[in-house]
Design a protein around this ligand. Structure first.
Ligand code: RAM
Length: 528
């Protein structure tokens, strides 16, 4: 379990002007009617990867007379985010007791066979998408108040009476998103795996694009800065909704806390509010989101407004350096994210991310014509590169180590490459050597895999990057992904940072970046 770092004192600074710019950019959501495409019966063998025993046309639904413990499973054909209405009735004698009904929404078929009642993880079981309904009077149209992320819906009768049965005349739903998939043509390639990876990436991104870039529509349904950065990159190459990126940049810029820190995430309701969580790496990466946005739009005003906030994050980051010129190890706390890998030491990566953010800071300063900042950042960045090598490079193993126990992980090597601590040729040797050694502390999130693919491409290993992308994201599709997942460890498919996959998110926007890589580096004619 990650320990949660709650700030002792939490002081929010609101910039009303920035917040009102963001408010004006609030999107209208597209609403699309959707309906079940088939009814399923699963094999009852307790297998966590259930097999379909039987399927029927959705029209059969209203013919069923459901008694106690009977259930139906509706398949909506793809992953959706939206609102559901049940049209219920009774058959038999007069309804002489409430119909007691259980609903379970699932993003993947596997979830229907997961016993969620035994969930005992460290985040709330409230995220599990299930409902218990008592319906006193039938017929009834029940508009469920929550928004769900789902492909499947199981409806089970917990009880009726001996004298009547439940009839489901229909289940209708409306899917919502700020964007519409039809606006993005598929990529032109003969490679079916890549086509599918691209399509699933776009679906993932679309379903997370709501009033802001949400991280996952099932959980947490808020805007995390690290996730936003990758979503925005994929968005420029697909939906090209630059207004949404602008809105999100102003929201973060308009809601800083203590010393001007950017929070790791923002809550959207009932009113937009920052979380009292600071993530060192996420805050530093704000400048990278701003730089990407500026390059995509050339929007000078936004650059000018938000540049000081991006630079402030670097200044704050530098205050954490110790006398040895490195960031002290805070791996025991939820302080520098990097990845969800069990036991991952983030000390070396935190320094690498600071260096990386300084390079982005320099680019921003160049666009601003801010010579003083360029000189200051450049000098400091060179100094930090030297201390990264001094403290973390192990000449014997030819790898970077991290923390007191000199841990070797994939994440540390990847971030040191992205920080360009070495030149390109040495970076290439390092990534190839990492692949050969295959450190035991692996990458487990598509977020970290994004950075691995990026590191390969930047080290002139484009073909290998493509193979790795096909292997990781392609395997997720073979494992049943309609949208890409929050966490996927091919070596442990039931891994969860929370204590159970029941609360993992299976449409998680930080996993949507293959479409960005494909359209930017491999098939540039397919960019929007
Ligand atoms: C989880 C969410 C989110 C991520 C944070 C660090 O709570 O998956 O997407 O950014 O971790």
């Amino acid at each position: 379990m990650a320990s949660v770092c709650i700030l002792d004192e939490f002081e929010v600074h609101k910039n009303e002007e920035f917040l009102s710019i963001a408010e004006e950019l609030k999107p209208e959501l597209h609403r699309t009617d959707i309906a079940p495409v088939r009814l399923l019966t699963l094999e009852q063998d307790g297998n966590p990867e259930p097999a379909i025993a039987e399927e029927e046309a959705p029209e059969k639904l209203k013919e069923k007379r459901l008694k106690k413990d009977e259930k139906v499973i509706l398949d909506f054909g793809n992953h959706h985010v939206g609102y559901v209405t049940l049209d219920l009735a009774s058959a038999g004698s007069h309804q002489d007791a409430p119909a007691y009904i259980y609903l379970k929404f699932a993003e993947r078929l596997d979830e229907l066979n997961t016993d969620v009642s035994s969930y005992n993880g460290w985040i709330s079981k409230g995220w599990i998408q299930e409902e218990y309904l008592h319906v006193d009077v039938l017929p009834a149209k029940i508009e469920l108040p929550r928004r769900y992320a789902f492909r499947y819906l199981e409806i089970k009768v917990l009880d009726v009476s001996l004298k009547f049965s439940l009839v489901i005349n229909g289940v209708t739903a409306q899917a919502v998103s700020a964007v519409s998939e039809e606006t993005v043509p598929g990529i032109q390639t003969e490679d079916e795996v890549l086509k599918e990876i691209d399509r699933v990436s776009i679906r993932t991104l679309k379903n997370c694009m709501q009033l802001v870039f949400e991280d996952g529509p099932k959980r947490d349904r808020r805007m995390w800065l690290g996730d936003l950065r990758l979503q925005a990159r994929a968005n420029y190459k697909t939906f090209h909704n630059t207004e949404m990126v602008k809105r999100c940049l102003y929201l973060f810029g308009g809601l800083t806390f203590n010393e001007g820190k950017i929070p790791a995430c923002l809550f959207l309701e009932p009113e937009i509010e920052p979380d009292d969580t600071y993530l060192f790496d996420y805050a530093l990466l704000y400048g990278s989101v701003l730089l990407d946005y500026y390059r995509a739009t050339k929007d000078e005003k936004t650059l000018k407004d938000l540049y000081p906030i991006a630079i402030r994050q670097i200044e704050i980051g530098l205050t954490y350096l110790n006398e040895e010129g490195v960031i002290p190890d805070r791996s025991g706390e939820f302080w520098c994210f990097v990845d969800w890998g069990e036991g991952l030491n983030t000390q070396a990566a935190s320094l690498a991310i600071l260096i990386y953010s300084m390079r982005y800071g320099i680019r921003l300063a160049e666009y601003m014509g801010d010579e003083k900042t360029i000189l200051w950042l450049d000098e400091k960045m060179q100094e930090l590169k030297r201390s990264a090598i001094r403290h973390f490079w192990d000449e014997e193993q030819k790898l970077f180590v991290s923390g007191r126990d000199r841990q070797i992980s994939w994440a540390t090597q990847v971030w040191m490459i992205l920080a360009r601590v070495f030149d390109k040729e040495k970076n290439r040797e390092l990534i190839l050597h990492t692949i050969e050694v295959n450190p035991r502390i692996r990458m487990v999130t598509p977020y970290m895999y994004h950075h691995y693919i990026d590191a390969l491409i930047r080290s002139d290993e484009k073909d290998r990057a493509l193979d790795e992308m096909k292997r990781y994201w392609g395997e997720m599709i073979r494992d049943g992904a309609d949208t890409f997942w929050e966490l996927y460890n091919p070596y442990n498919k039931y891994e969860s940072p929370y204590g159970s996959v029941a609360v993992n998110s299976f449409c998680h926007a930080w996993s949507c970046t293959p479409t960005y890589f494909l359209r930017k580096f491999y098939l540039p004619e397919n960019q929007q």
